[in-house]
Structures are given as C-alpha cells and as structure tokens.
Design a protein around this ligand. Structure first.
Ligand code: HEC
Length: 248
C-alpha cells in the first residue's frame, strides 16, 4: 500500500512537470538545446542597448559569482562567464560524501564544448531556449523567474537571517528547479529568489538583467588577449607547470 502511494505521488509529480513543459511548448514552441551555440549576429550585438560584458557581467560578478563562481556552485550554475550561464544548471552535487562510485566530472570549458552537449549530460537551461520573443525570454527563463521571485519577497537588508529560513551550509539540500518545475518551487519556497538569503538586486540592476534576457542574452565574443597579457600567461604557465619536484 505504502509503495503504491509512493508511486502515485511520484507519478503525479512527474506528470505535473510534464504538463508544465507541454504548456510552455504550446506557448513558446519546443526548446532548442543548441540555441546558444549558434554564431551570434555581431551587428545585432553591437546595436543592443544591453550587452553581457558591458552591462551584465559587472552585476553578476558583484552579486552572484560569490556563490555561483566555482566548480561546486549551487546547482553547478557558474556565473563567472557567459558560457557558464548558457550551460545552465544541474541537480547533481559535485561533492557528495555518500556517492559510492566515481562521477563524470563536469568542468566548464573542459568536459563538454557546447550547450547542446551539456544538455545531453543532464544540465538544464536557466535561459529561455524556446522561441526568442521578449515574452518567452522572461516567461521561460529560470534566471528571470528567480529574480522576479526575489523582488516579490525581498529579504530585509541588514537584519540577521533566520537559519530556519535560509540554510547556508555547504551540503544543504538543493532543488535546482528546471523551468517546468519552477511554479512548484516558487509556491513552496517563496523567499528563495536570487540572490539567495541576501538583499535583492537594486531595481536598476534587476531591470538591466531582465532587459538583457528579453533581448535574448546578447554577448559579444571576448576581445583577443593583448601581447603583454599573452606573455604574462605564458610566464605563469611555465612557473606553475614545471617538471621538477619543487614545482610539482
Ligand atoms: C548566497 C549564495 C547565493 C547568491 C549570492 C546567489 N545564489 Fe543563486 N543559488 C543559490 C542556491 C543555494 C541555489 C540553489 C537553490 C535550490 O535549488 O535549493 C541557487 C540557485 C540559483 C538558480 C537556479 C538554478 C536551477 O537549476 O534552478 C539560479 C537561476 C540562480 N541561483 C541565479 C542567481 C543569480 C542571477 C544570482 C545573482 C543575482 C544568484 N543566483 C546569487 C545561492 C546563491
């Protein structure tokens, strides 16, 4: 009986996400995992009023990368680069003390080379990968929905955060809702918008990121490194990768 109940609940839950996915498909078309792998239109980026390097990165560096910066970031969502943002998130923990067998590493830039390849490895998008309309780019983006959730339920700046509402431990349980699961997540944890447990972005910062999302997240290709920068990198590589025992 208990097993039957468990299966029914699991079935209902998966059915729910399934129906949400179907509804999103009806509204905004099917998701295309390679949407952010296509070569960007340079002219469109040059004309975009909001662009990643100039307008968005300073905000994400300042307010998001403190948690979403490294290999074991929450939901593996790395926000130090646009590639980390387009790769998206993954429910699997990087460090898991109860894991018995070795896991496939998921190092950004190393273990897969395209967003589509990351989708095949269990990453779900936090940007909209359905039709690129201003409406869909907000409605079908986990990132946009997380910011909206926060602005509806902002934490009180300057007050100590009660531990029963926000868990900052490294091994906290995490949900990492895909867009299909987002409504349930928001209903159950209305205060867990982003930045998690910290004051909300300023209205202007939120608007900048939302406008960037609406435009389809335009990002210019990175500028090539200057000669002095390349020289410096070569020096560090040589220093850090020496063969002698001391270097190792
Ligand atoms: C204090 C640490 C912290 C900061 C700062 C922070 N986050 Fe998060 N973020 C988390 C945690 C923890 C989760 C996992 C929540 C869960 O699923 O239980 C998360 C999850 C997310 C997710 C959901 C991923 C998914 O799979 O559903 C998004 C999107 C996100 N963060 C965006 C942001 C953005 C954008 C910022 C900056 C404006 C930000 N975060 C700042 C801790 C943080």
């Amino acid at each position: 009986m208990r097993q039957f109940l468990l299966f029914s609940v699991l079935f209902l839950l998966s059915g729910c996400a399934f129906i949400k996915g179907y509804q999103l498909d009806q509204r905004h078309g099917r998701a295309d995992p390679s949407r952010f792998d296509q070569t960007p239109d340079r002219q469109a980026i040059a004309n975009a009023p909001v662009e990643y390097w100039r307008d968005v990165k300073p905000i994400t560096d300042n307010r998001c990368a403190v948690c979403h910066g490294c290999f074991d970031a929450p939901c593996q969502l790395q926000m130090g680069s646009v590639e980390g943002i387009t790769r998206g998130a993954n429910k699997t923990k990087v460090y898991d003390a109860v894991r018995l067998f070795a896991a496939n590493p998921s190092r950004l830039f190393v273990d897969a080379q395209s967003n589509a390849a990351w989708r095949a490895r269990g990453f779900h998008p936090v940007l909209n990968e359905r039709e690129s309309t201003a409406e869909a780019n907000l409605d079908a983006s986990v990132m946009a929905r997380m910011l909206t959730l926060k602005s509806k339920h902002p934490s009180i700046a300057g007050s100590p955060l009660p531990n029963d509402r926000f868990d900052f431990s490294l091994d906290r349980d995490q949900y990492c809702p895909a867009i299909e699961e987002f409504d349930d997540f928001a209903n159950q944890h209305p205060e867990w918008g982003m930045p998690y447990g910290l004051p909300a972005l300023s209205k202007k910062e939120e608007q900048t990121i939302k406008q960037w999302l609406e435009l389809g997240a335009p990002a210019a290709p990175p500028k090539p490194l200057s000669e002095p920068q390349q020289k410096r990198i070569a020096q560090w590589e040589e220093f850090l990768n020496g063969d002698d025992i001391k270097s190792a």
